[in-house]
Every structure is written in structure tokens, then in C-alpha cells.
Write a new protein. Structure first.
Length: 94
């Protein structure tokens, strides 16, 4: 069951990507725009519903998604105000 829901989730994502751009680039109000928008909406609903099921299955089963040890190769000194600000700005652009 889980694997089939994953496949539905992937298929809906594959449909959502092109239909978004088809609706966005079509003339507003045209029949093509409405059809592409409807297909996009349906695929996004499929993505949301399947992701709710997939996320709930992890919480209900109590299985962790993954466990990874946090290992630092060397100590990192704590930065001051300006160092943290600069690091935050750099992270915005990554």
C-alpha cells in the first residue's frame, strides 16, 4: 500500500510541474488555461492527500525516517554578532 501511494505521489508531481507552466503561460480565461489549471489543481490535491498519508504512516508505525550520528571533525569556535549575521546572510543565498 505504501509503495503504491508513493507512486501516486510521484505521478501527481510529474503532472503538476508542466500543468503549472501551461496554465501560467496561457491566456487568462481561455479554455486551455482553464483545463490546465484544473489539471494542476487536481494533481496538487493528489500530492497533498498522498503526502498526508505518507507522513501519517511514519507517525502511526513509530518508525524513524532515519538516524544519523552528528560528528564534527574539529571544534568550531562560536562566532560573535557580526559573524553570525554574515553567516545568516550567506545562507539566504545558498
Amino acid at each position: 500500500m505504501y509503495r503504491s501511494i508513493v507512486l501516486v505521489h510521484i505521478a501527481c508531481g510529474i503532472v503538476a510541474l508542466p500543468t503549472y507552466w501551461m496554465a501560467a503561460l496561457a491566456r487568462k480565461g481561455s479554455p486551455f488555461h482553464k483545463a490546465a489549471g484544473t489539471a494542476y489543481l487536481a494533481s496538487m490535491v493528489g500530492i497533498v492527500l498522498s503526502s498526508i498519508y505518507l507522513a501519517a504512516s511514519f507517525f502511526i508505525d513509530g518508525k524513524p525516517v532515519g538516524e544519523y550520528p552528528a560528528v564534527a571533525l574539529e571544534g568550531v569556535p562560536v562566532a560573535g554578532f557580526f559573524g553570525r549575521t554574515w553567516d545568516t546572510i550567506q545562507l539566504w543565498f545558498k
